[in-house]
Design a protein. Structure first.
Length: 129
């Protein structure tokens, strides 16, 4: 089976990076207005109730599938599912940030989303350092 193709969730991509900032700082950024605008394209707060709808600035719609404060978001994004998670790194001043997207249509879409999430990571890191 090709890299990134799953048996039940189609194509998927995951990107992670250790950010040299405490977990609370990274979480507050990615779940706050500047972070949400950066990685999701949402103006304003994202709802946190399971099943709540949202819409991005470019018109892409979805709904919240799960939310655990200080830990992760899980949401649909069009026909795919995105998860954003933070975890404590090797010390209190390091946080592992992960973006995972599944139910992608093809290897080409996977490659496009990989480039997108790597760019997001670069911008998040630049904002936080």
């Amino acid at each position: 089976m090709p890299t990134g193709l799953t048996q039940d969730a189609g194509w998927e991509i995951g990107v992670s990076r250790t950010i040299h900032r405490p977990l609370t700082a990274v979480w507050e950024f990615v779940s706050g207005p500047r972070g949400l605008a950066l990685w999701l394209g949402v103006d304003g707060p994202l709802p946190t109730e399971k099943g709540a709808p949202y819409r991005t600035a470019d018109g892409t719609g979805g709904e919240i599938r799960g939310y655990r404060p200080g830990d992760r978001f899980r949401l649909t994004y069009g026909t795919s599912t995105v998860q954003v998670a933070v975890a404590r790194g090797s010390s209190e001043d390091r946080t592992v940030l992960r973006f995972h997207q599944e139910r992608l249509a093809s290897a080409e879409e996977r490659a496009e989303r990989r480039a997108y999430w790597k760019g997001v990571m670069d911008r998040v890191q630049a904002e936080l350092t």
